[in-house]
Design a protein around this ligand. Structure first.
Ligand code: RB5
Length: 149
């Protein structure tokens, strides 16, 4: 059974529930790190919790959500070995896997998506990384992380 780590801030409580239920329906075991209340929390803390858990190993991918998906995706991408995509539609979600080999997806609970987040998740899950020239680019992208070290 595949395993997914999920975390969200107060801006995406309902969306996180939808995501968890959908992933479970698809047969994934979902480790939800919260939050489940609308009390304010800081999205970098939720990103850090999800990325730290993911990096322990055993997860297929991670999902992080905040109001827009922006703050939590930027935060997740601060972690070495995390490639967090913020897809706006099904096409972008499939490309996040096929071309970018992302291991995290971010979504916004306050975003009015034109296509369902569940369909974006499916597009990500049901596609494969194409490798080849995309692997070259992904490797270059990962190497950029050290530029300011
Ligand atoms: C929290 O109010 C909000 O700023 C956060 O959920 C997210 O949208 C940040 O990018």
């Amino acid at each position: 059974m595949g395993k997914v780590v999920l975390a969200n801030d107060h801006g995406a409580v309902e969306l996180a529930n939808i995501i968890r239920e959908h992933l479970e329906k698809r047969g994934f075991s979902v480790h939800h790190l919260g939050v489940v209340s609308h009390d304010s929390v800081d999205y970098p803390d939720m990103a850090a919790a999800a990325c730290t858990e993911f990096l322990k190993g055993g997860y297929d991918f991670g999902v992080v959500c905040c109001g827009t998906g922006i703050g939590i995706s930027i935060s997740a991408n601060k972690f070495d070995k995390i490639l967090c995509a913020l897809p706006q539609n099904v096409f972008a979600a499939s490309m996040a896997k096929m071309h970018n080999n992302a291991n995290f997806l971010a979504f916004g609970g306050r975003i009015d998506y034109q296509e369902p987040v569940t369909a974006m998740l499916d597009a990500f899950i049901d596609n494969k990384f194409e490798g080849g020239r995309h692997a070259t680019r992904v490797n270059k992208m990962k190497a950029l992380g050290c530029k300011s070290c």
